[in-house]
Design a protein around this ligand. Structure first.
Ligand code: FES
Length: 119
């Protein structure tokens, strides 16, 4: 009978075994005009959305499933390509797993024609 070995496997996957929390020090700036109405855009560590004209919201881009950054905003859906989770532009809530919770809200502050984003 072979002795059971302790296997150590290098993980080259995207954060699959190293979930991370949203970066508490993240910040970014984006022009309001760069955020599509009824949709959103990924800016560094954030996803910025404009669910209704002139109403902006921001979330951490860190997927609550296993910590990949979300990868795309298509229409009213924020998508994570790592395992297929999806989130609503309207409020960051989870609309398709495997994530079980929505995106973590961030702070968005309007400054003239720009938006300041902070964790
Ligand atoms: S990290 Fe698994 S779906 Fe986003």
């Amino acid at each position: 009978m072979a002795a059971a070995g302790v296997g150590v496997t290098a993980c080259s996957g995207p954060d699959e075994h190293n979930p991370r929390l949203p970066d508490p020090n993240a910040q970014a700036t984006i022009a309001k005009s760069a955020v599509p109405e009824g949709s959103g855009v990924i800016v560094g560590e954030f996803v910025v959305t404009q669910p209704e004209k002139g109403e902006f919201a921001a979330y951490s881009a860190a997927c609550p499933h296993q910590g990949c950054n979300v990868t795309d905003v298509v229409g009213d859906t924020i998508q994570c390509a790592c395992h297929g989770s999806q989130f609503a532009v309207a409020d960051g809530s989870m609309t398709q797993g495997p994530a079980t919770t929505g995106l973590t809200p961030a702070t968005v502050t309007e400054d003239g024609d720009e938006l300041q984003l902070t964790a």
